[in-house]
Design a protein around this ligand. Structure first.
Ligand code: SF4
Length: 233
């Protein structure tokens, strides 16, 4: 059954975004995001527990084979992310759901994007579309850019994102929406999307701890390279 409270917030956020985009258009600033751009889907996406519940409902509404595919994608993504998060104490907190208002340094986000170059587990690589678009979290809804869409095209250079422009009004709106989300959530856990969703699937009883485990998920050569660099402080 869908959780009503989680679905109430997104229509409000979408209206806020629409209004902001209309106001930008009046100043001749057009949002260039469109289906098939995928630049933002390689970034570190965080979700609150409530946002994760919307995605959990989406996963549980899929046919069994699709659910299994998504779980496999989540495990792979979490395993790849672990190679980065295990590197130091500041990012190691991302290895499990985070409680409260701990700050994750900007360098973790930069390193995730530039080092891992790992697509979001919900990104369909054949058409660069989000398979869970209706349930996508706020970070994805509010990531709207005004730079030319070619920069975000499928063949973009992942090591060059300096030309991405996010209008100031959208940045302001992100802060407002963040405040709303924080004030509404009864469970204050948040964190890396795949890590959160695997935990939620276990707590929901949809999969076992063993089925959620990311041990042994990575190909041996990736694991060896990661282990050589890993040093949790
Ligand atoms: S949830 Fe969808 S929109 Fe968000 S990063 Fe993943 S694929 Fe992209």
């Amino acid at each position: 059954m869908l959780r009503e409270t989680k679905h109430h917030i997104y229509p409000v956020i979408d209206i806020m975004l629409e209004k902001a985009c209309d106001e930008l258009a009046q100043d001749n600033i057009e949002i260039s995001c469109k289906a098939g751009c995928a630049h933002c889907c390689y970034q570190l996406v965080e979700v609150t527990w409530d946002e994760g519940l919307v995605m959990l409902d989406w996963i549980l509404a899929q046919p069994v084979d699709k659910q299994a595919e998504v779980v496999a994608r989540l495990r792979k993504n979490a395993a790849v992310a672990k190679t980065l998060f295990s590197k130091d104490k500041r990012s190691a907190r991302m290895l499990k759901p985070i409680k409260g208002d701990q700050i994750v340094p900007d360098s973790v986000y930069d390193n995730y994007f530039h080092e891992l170059q790992e697509p979001c587990p919900f990104l369909q690589l054949d058409d660069n579309r989000c398979m869970a678009y209706a349930a996508r979290p706020t970070a994805c809804r509010t990531h709207l850019v005004s730079s030319p869409s070619e920069i975000c095209a499928p063949n973009f250079a992942l090591d060059d994102d300096d030309d991405i422009e996010i209008p100031e009004a959208i940045e302001d709106l992100k802060e407002d929406v963040g405040d709303i989300l924080n004030s509404l959530q009864p469970d204050d856990r948040w964190g890396h999307m795949s890590t959160m969703l695997l935990r939620m699937l276990v707590e929901e009883g949809a999969i076992s701890e063993e089925e959620a485990s990311i041990e042994g998920v990575l190909p041996e050569q990736v694991k060896s390279a990661a282990d050589a660099e890993t040093h949790v402080a």
